[in-house]
Structures are given as C-alpha cells and as structure tokens.
Ligand binder design. Structure first.
Ligand code: GLY
Length: 393
C-alpha cells in the first residue's frame, strides 16, 4: 500500500541521509518504491563518529526489555545485512566483525554492579559468562592488572560506521534511490497530510509518504504540526581514533568496556588496526566541539582500563550528536500526521538498530502494516493526538 498521488515526485521522501535514512531508503527502493533522500551532507551524522559497537547485551539497562528485544533482533540480522550490503555496494567491506565483548570492573563497586547485570542477563536467558580478574586478563592480556572481574558476552560484536555509510549510499543509489544534497527546510502539509518538503535549494520534493530520519534535528523541521514529534535531544559523544602498529598486534581481540566514575568507556579494536575509544555523554545542545576536557577524560579512563594505549599514535578526535528521545528508545513508524513516518531517536543504539529499523520501516512504507516488533516504539506514544495514527496502523 503506497498511497501515492500519481503526480508526486516520489513514493517516499526520506529526510536525513545518515545511517538510518540511507538504510530505510535502500530497503524501500528494494521493495519497488521510488525513493528520494535529502540531506545537506549525505553519509554524515552520528554513525560517522560512532565506534560501532553492536552491544545489546553489555549495554542493557534495567527496564528496557522491549529495547533489548529490538537490539537482539537487529544484532541477529547483522551478519546477513552486512553480507548483502557488501554485495549490493560492489564489494565494499562494512568492517562487520564477530569479536565478542568483555565488560570489566575496576573496583569492588563496579564488580558488584556487573554481578547484578550478570544475574539480570541470566534471568533473561542471555549468553553472558562471569570472569574473574585473572580470566579477564587471560582473554585480554593488555587489561590493567587491577581489573577485578567482569563479563564475557560472545555475541556483542562491532561494525565500522563509516564504511557502513559509504556502502549504504552506494547500495541505495544502485537500487535507484536519488540522494539529493540539500536541506529540507519545511515540511509540506496539505489537507492534513504530509506531502513532501521544500528544500534549501529552492525546489520541492513531493511524495506519497515522508520519512523523518534527521536524528536530533527531526523535531526542528519547520511546518511540522505541534505535538506530532517530541523533542529529540542532542547528546554529544566525543571519540578518539588511535592506530595499533603491526608490532603491537593483537593489542585487543575483543571490544572492551567498563563504567569508570559513572562514565561508559569502551575500546573497539578494528581488524585494520584502528582502535576507537569512546565516548563522552554530554547534553549541551548542538555543539560538536572537541574539548581538551573530553579528550582528557577518555584517555584517563581508557588508560586505567588498558594502560598500554599511551604508546599508540593518536590519529583523530571527533564528536557527534546522539539523537535522544524522551525515553531513549527509537521512534519507528507512523506519526499522528498522516503521510509522516518516523525513523529517529535511536540515542546510543543507531548503528546497532540500523538493520531492524530499515526492515520494519520499509515494511510499513510498502504495506501500511507496522510489524509487531516495532509497535512498542510507535511515535504516537508521545503524541498529543493518538487517534489518527491508531487508525493508520
Ligand atoms: N553506543 C555507544 C554510545 O552511544 O556511546
């Protein structure tokens, strides 16, 4: 069911050409819908900065079981998604790597927290193994001697967000998606329905359905009626990229993470020798400045975990904005404005949730049916008018 006015420019207009927008567009075009993506810098957004850890189990938060189901579903799809994407993009490598993750504790309070997380994993039937400090260091000899124990989660993996973006754009264009480097400056609404957008380049794109996938900018689109979308807050993350010289390899064989002084720190070693260290969590608006304080905190905390990092060349510092919804879960599917569909608000999980988001949202766009897995995440949970969207679902 495409509900396309015959004279529209496209069946689907996707506003936002980051990882989510490109993946939704790729899947939508594969289903035979004429699809246009607009973005001032296609292939940018948070995934360009992200470490790309695929960690639904080690990042599990209490009370977020529906999000866990979504994350596990996406993680399970990743291998096939990466293989299909590689083929569809002319053989591009996505950096998908099945490496597992260790989450470790640096003091007895951290260890107690990890023990509780481990018990929670066990209650939910998740694959998670308790490690003594010695066992953790046997798996990862570069860990600090002071590591007090931790968890090994064999199914939490990694992918390279930058390579994924490049491959997604190529695959989307190959499938027929038109990627237009322009900003959507206003949502066009006619007769109580979203019908397209006006662009910064002066023209308009009209479409049967409009997907809002503009991360933390989604709710700021002019013309969006009040109450349709909650504010998506920008949550800054600063990230470092180091290089592991050949002589030091294997430096780490798995993702390594910990919570140090209440901050998440993780080290993601790529097969090509890049080591990504992330990430700060800062709520300061749309600023993406890399600060001395942010870099200092990351290096200090990573050094407590893996002292040998100070020997490695530092290649790059960067900062991106995670799109945080009011409950930190994504917004997927129809909004209360007919014709407007959301694929945004993925907060810390955008890279992880890309395959499942693309499948669920493209299914809705093609059939008008929102799959059950997406229903806890409908944007109408925040809407001041739930009735219209309920009728649409
Ligand atoms: N998923 C990791 C982060 O947002 O920092």
């Amino acid at each position: 069911m495409t509900r396309v006015p015959s004279d529209a420019d496209a069946d689907v207009l996707v506003i936002g050409g980051g990882i989510i927008g490109l993946a939704v567009a790729w899947r939508t075009a594969q289903r035979g819908l004429r699809t246009v993506v607009v973005d001032p810098s296609p292939g940018g957004g948070a995934a360009k900065v992200a470490a790309g850890m695929l960690a639904p189990v080690t990042e599990l938060q209490y009370g977020e079981e529906p999000l866990l189901r979504l994350g596990l579903a996406s993680n399970q799809r990743y291998e096939a998604f990466a293989a299909e994407l590689s083929e569809a993009s002319g053989g591009r490598d996505t950096g998908y790597r099945q490496c597992g993750t260790v989450a470790v504790a640096l003091d007895s309070d951290d260890r107690e927290e990890l023990r509780e997380l481990h018990a929670f994993h066990r209650r939910l039937g998740l694959d998670s193994t308790w490690l003594t400090g010695r066992e953790a260091r046997r798996l990862e000899p570069m860990l600090a001697p002071g590591v007090r124990g931790g968890l090994h989660v064999a199914d939490d993996h990694q992918v390279d967000g930058r390579r994924l973006l490049t491959a997604l754009r190529a695959a989307a264009e190959h499938a027929g998606v038109a990627v237009r480097p322009a900003e959507a400056v206003e949502l066009l609404v006619e007769g109580g329905r979203a019908v397209g957008a006006r662009l910064s380049t002066d023209g308009t794109v009209t479409a049967g359905q409009v997907v809002l996938a503009a991360g933390p900018h989604s709710h700021r689109l002019a013309g969006l009626p009040e109450g349709v979308l909650p504010a998506i807050r920008p949550v800054k993350g600063q990230v470092l990229r180091l290089r592991i010289p050949d002589a030091y390899r294997p430096f780490l064989s798995r993702n390594v993470r910990a919570v140090v002084r209440g901050q998440h720190i993780y080290l993601v070693p790529r097969e090509n020798g890049e080591l990504v260290i992330g990430a700060t969590t800062e709520e300061q608006g749309y600023d993406t400045t890399v600060t001395a304080g942010g870099v200092y905190e990351l290096l200090r905390d990573a050094h407590e975990l893996v002292p040998g990092i100070t020997e490695l060349p530092l290649l790059e510092t960067s900062a991106g904005l995670r799109p945080g919804s009011p409950d930190n879960a994504p917004l997927l599917g129809p909004t209360s404005l007919p014709g407007l569909v959301a694929a945004t608000g993925h907060y810390r999980n955008g890279v992880l949730l890309t395959p499942v988001t693309a499948d669920l949202v493209s299914e809705y766009l093609a059939t008008g049916e929102l799959p059950a897995l997406a229903q806890p995440f409908t944007p109408t949970r925040f809407s001041s008018d739930r009735s219209t969207a309920k009728a649409l679902a």
